[in-house]
Design a binder for this molecule. Structure first.
Ligand code: SAH
Ligand code: SF4
Ligand code: F3S
Length: 471
């Protein structure tokens, strides 16, 4: 019996890729295990976006080194963004690694494992599929289907935000055809999936792949705010052609592709969630320029104001970097001001971390660690001060909740989300995949507690089955 274990680090893109790795392995006769000692194959799917993420791989590798020394038959593979970034170098740094495999080469994994098992030399395979982009179709086993699923619509990134390693680890932008996207969503919905999140690094730059256009050609650099949105057309097509889909989200959009057409789609489509995660990174125009984000704070604020006009009550969350080279107190004050003005109810904030190959490596990492830490805390404090009253304002209202699974802290309760992405706990089990109307009774620090308005779910899944327990 061949058993594998995949350990995932990093973003949703990697979570999604890990699923495809599992599917490729299962088609090759492998079975999963949670026990490293029982595995003949251990795959680390890695992230490189900040130094800390890369360290995680090194310490994880440390834990399996002993194994490899004791059991020569176990195959160690490193996938994901560190694999792509380091390639052959990783084989030098960690001599017990057998296979290094980039995000575009997942389908080659079984052959590389067979090579390693046959006593072949360690091998690195990190080639972008720019000329024949291959999107591995999701083929989850029924037992692996969950209430909410990711669907990739594009790969790579053509932006060059000066701090970011992703364009180098994920390659140029390539798009998946709308036919393939719709086909995958339809299959998932027929299998019981209720909510789909479209996935891409700049997901709203999606357009129909054009056979005449070389896949590796970046859009003109002068084009700042996009004017048309094929992405909006894609959302409309999904809404019309998969009417059974309960809820549609996407992540992460780039502000310069938040076109009027996309805003109109939000106004028109009930299936679209009333929440957008729109990374801003900084509130200072000087820093936005240094980061090459290609928008100003004014443009960002104008875009979200329009979005909110179109969808009253829409919630926003964001990503922020503190301590980017040259960030002054004044720059940071503008970031905090923007966080307040935008009224974010959640934010992922990170201390700037210099990354290999990125343009900002040339800038001195001059903000002291203690200042970075204080600024990070200040961001979290402001966001918490906004999240709390927002959640409290919902007490007494009725919210429609899509139940995702059993609560992690209380096995008699279920947990789900509203269209605005608030987390709601409710009494009762066996409700996965159901839309419930819930009266909100209490606000916790980051979530809500509620009571079902009626015993019967508003809508039952068409294909109910047991789903994974979630937190
Ligand atoms: N494609 C997405 C995000 C990719 S990385 C987007 O453009 O929104 C996720 C987040 O990590 C980024 O939004 C940014 O806030 C953060 N990040 C990226 N590079 C970083 C670095 N070098 N140091 C600190 N944070 C970084
Ligand atoms: Fe990185 Fe910028 Fe691309 Fe996002 S848009 S992945 S932050 S380069
Ligand atoms: Fe994601 Fe990390 Fe790669 S954030 S794209 S896994 S560098």
């Amino acid at each position: 019996m061949k058993r594998y274990l995949v350990q995932t680090m990093g973003c949703q893109m990697n979570v999604h890729d890990s699923r495809r790795i599992e599917e490729v392995l299962s088609a090759d006769g492998w079975l999963p295990t949670d026990e490293p000692a029982l595995a003949q194959l251990i795959v680390f799917n890695t992230c490189s976006v900040r130094e800390k993420a890369e360290h995680k791989l090194m310490s994880a590798l440390g834990t399996v080194r002993g194994f490899k020394e004791e059991r020569r038959d176990v195959v160690i593979a490193v996938a994901g963004c560190v694999a792509q970034q380091e390639g052959e170098r990783l084989l030098q740094k960690a001599r017990f690694v057998d296979v290094v495999i980039g995000p575009d080469n997942i389908s080659e994994l079984p052959a590389l494992i067979a090579h390693a098992q046959g006593g072949g030399a360690p091998v690195a395979r990190t080639v972008f599929d720019v000329h024949a982009p291959a999107f591995l179709e999701a083929t989850p086993a029924p037992s692996k289907l969950e209430v909410t699923a990711f669907v990739t619509v594009m790969k790579g990134c053509d932006e060059r935000c000066t701090y970011c390693v992703v364009p180098y680890t994920r390659g140029p932008e390539r798009y998946r055809s709308s036919d393939a996207i719709i086909h995958e969503i339809r299959g998932m919905v027929e299998g019981g999936v209720r909510e789909v999140t479209l996935l891409g690094q700049t997901v709203n730059s999606w357009h129909e792949p054009n056979a005449d256009e070389p896949a590796d050609e970046a859009p003109p650099w002068s084009e700042r705010l996009a004017r048309t949105s094929q992405f909006a057309a894609l959302l409309r097509r999904i809404a019309v052609e998969v009417p059974e889909l309960g809820r549609l989200r996407y992540t992460s959009p780039h502000p310069r592709h938040l076109t009027d057409e996309l805003i109109e789609a939000h106004a028109d489509l009930d299936v679209l969630a009333r929440h957008v995660h729109l990374p801003v990174q900084s509130g200072s125009n000087r820093l936005l320029k240094r980061m090459l984000r290609r928008y100003t704070r004014e443009l960002y604020l104008e875009r979200i104001a329009r979005l909110r006009d179109a969808v009253p009550g829409l919630t926003l969350s964001t990503d922020l970097i503190v301590g980017f080279p040259g960030e002054t107190d004044e720059d940071f004050a503008q970031t905090l001001e923007l966080v307040r003005e935008a009224g974010f109810v959640a934010a992922f904030a990170f201390k700037y971390s210099p990354r290999p190959n990125t343009p900002s490596l040339k800038l001195e990492d001059d903000v002291p660690e203690a200042v970075k830490a204080a600024r990070l805390q200040a961001v979290f404090d402001v966001v918490a001060a906004q999240q709390r009253p927002h959640l409290e304002s919902l007490v007494g209202t009725t919210q429609r909740v899509l139940v995702e699974g059993i609560s992690r802290t209380d096995p008699k309760r279920s947990t789900g989300r509203t269209a605005r992405n608030e987390i709601v706990h409710v009494d009762g089990v066996d409700l996965e995949g159901a839309f419930l109307d819930v009266v909100i009774e209490r606000a916790n620090e980051h979530s809500l507690m509620g009571r079902r308005l009626s015993e019967a779910p508003v809508e039952r899944p068409r294909f109910p089955h047991r789903l994974k327990v979630v937190g």
